[in-house]
Design a protein around this ligand. Sequence first.
Ligand SMILES: [Zn+2]
Length: 298
Amino acid sequence: MDISFFYNHQIEYSSFYKETFRNLAASKLKELNFNGFKYVLQLNPGRIKSSTANINKPLDQSRCFLCRPNMPEYQLGMDYNKDFTLFVNPYPILKKHLTIVSKLHTPQTIQNNITTMLELAKDLENMVVFYNSPKSGASAPFHCHFQAGEESDLPVFTEIDSMKKLYTVNQNDFVTKINDGTRRFLVIENDDIQEATKKAEEILNKVNKIYNTTEPETNIGIVFKQKIYRIIVFPREKHRPDEYFRTDESRILVSPGFADMAGIIPCSYPPNFESITKKDIQSIMNQVSISEENFDKI
Ligand SMILES: [Zn+2]
């Protein structure tokens, strides 16, 4: 599926989008390097929060920003199928950033949506289609959506082969379990969409069992390359790290979603961009990732 005309048209002909991508391009970046992988801090001058107020209040259909009638006129949509529409993300953190939005105002869920994500990944070749669970970084848990960005912009996907060599704790069938000392996650690789769906659902069911939930808290990213589906699943222990709730200047305003878990950490609070250390990253990622004890159960 070629989305380039739609994508370029949106960015060329809307002053809002032009500015939003200009701001993104002006972001300051800082790499924190670990053995075999990295995290990139991003400070986008257009995304600095004026306060630390929580904006994740549930919005009803009349005010929901993912409901089509509430979108600004300049925001264009491209029909994907009967259930989903593609948009250019109006608040991008990746150079090419899509949101794929349900046509219905229905809550964020992964149930029955893995196959849709795999199909999307195949149609958007070389882009990673990703998902944030309601309490794992979803910006609109009240309206079902996915996102997509280029694989080359998401460190964990570009590093995966070397990480498998360095940090595999277990490899079974076509699933690899990885613990890199900051994050714990699973990689599923298969060329068959049904097999891949089945395995992903099996893992998500285990996550539900471990945490006694009905909606597994995870971040999931999928890419389709050289005829293989690669699914990375980050089961989540926690929504936000302790650092988020500090009340003094040591507060770190990071509420990890898929991008953070994949190695891109947007800093909406400028002092954090200067102050976050490798030790902070280690602490934050270890808290929000599935614990070692629970990881053993998958
Ligand atoms: Zn909505």
